[in-house]
Write a protein that binds this ligand. Sequence first.
Ligand code: SAH
Ligand code: SF4
Ligand code: F3S
Length: 433
Amino acid sequence: MSEGLKKVYIETLGCQMNKSDSERIYGILSHFNYIPCEDENEADFCVVNTCSIRKLSEDKAYSKLGVWGKIKKERPLKIGICGCVAQQEGENLLKRFPYVDLVFGTQNIYELPQLFNNEGRICAVRENPIKENDFNIIRSKSLNAWLPIIEGCNNFCSYCVVPYTRGRERSREPQRIINEAKSILKQGFREITLLGQNVDSYGKDLPDKPTLAYLLRQIDALEGDFRIRFTTSYPTDITDELIDTVKNSKKICECFHIPMQSGSDRVLKAMNRRYDRKTYGEIVKKIRDNIKDVTITSDFIAGFPSETREEFEMTLSAFDEFELDYSNTAAYSPRPKTPAAKWVDKYVDENEKKERLAILNDKVKEMSLKSNEKYVGRVLEVLVESYKNGKFEGRTRNNKVVHIEANDINVGDFVDVKITKASTWCLFGEYKN
Ligand code: SAH
Ligand code: SF4
Ligand code: F3S
């Protein structure tokens, strides 16, 4: 190893936005002679990039700090914490964890160069961040590159901590995003995923009001063989322009992630979601009517305060009514600053909540199998993503994992695969030249 090089290890918890932030943090630190390492035991600097969406995610971050605190008793180690828990807790973290050296918030990543070389223990959690700049980005080794387009959220759903940890919506300049897409393609990535807490809000805060659909069309027009994805969509913000753009493009994949959260209108209202069940259904129908083989996935919460058993069952029936292909699920967890956390008297009993979550997960399995079975006998385009233990694995445009029987294909190829079998979480198929 060359003189002066040090190693940094980042433990990334939470959503894709955190994954993308960690790639940027690795990149910034590379300007200060830090190279990424995959083993915390070898690192000079360990950082946990945290998530606060549920209590469980927050606790994971603290247990990681505990492990590093022990290592620090044996040898020199710099310890940092960033991301959504850092934004939420700020200075408290320095008090609670005496071995932590650096706390920085979700909007303070570009301040790292100043913070980093300072003496003493530092906390930088501010809401007036310095602008992003042209530091390196060290992307994780895969065929897919995360490309953030908008950060923050203005929706304030009553259960959700994100508006407090990520701040208000801020869109990145379109030209910056397009240039980043070009550089991603130059590096050989085969897929670009546009990221945002609400991608449909893209551009509303910019002078020319560029839309998500506009951005997608610009990226679709770039040279090369690649796929484009985008996530997450807010149901009522999905526009006809977006649906048309996905329909008419070659590279944008047929997938919409549209969290519904509950199948009950009363619960949706209490959640402060801006749609009802009927409206959600109309949006799903419009997408399905226009886009062949589209996959529609969702998020649902089980045991929201005051949710009755009947209301929970409406969530189950929503799966059938809207033929959802898959959903993330979570048991409701009270979060700091959120209105719902104050409704203590309405909390659903823990056992009941667990039971509802288990039922919800069974429903997801049933729907996923049903969705996969539709494709048996069909020939689908698959991007070959990995080769492990003599088997190729890839994904279809509509995001289904496929185990491929093949000899003469390579990771990174787009191949047509005949689907022979479906299971709950994946498809099996054969490639014949
Ligand atoms: N912006 C997206 C979701 C981002 S958070 C949207 O509007 O849907 C990701 C998911 O975490 C949410 O969809 C929700 O299902 C879940 N979630 C958020 N807060 C939660 C809480 N307090 N308890 C349980 N699940 C929660
Ligand atoms: Fe959270 Fe709602 Fe914003 Fe999604 S839209 S990030 S659930 S507040
Ligand atoms: Fe978690 Fe923050 Fe993402 S709370 S889900 S890491 S925006």
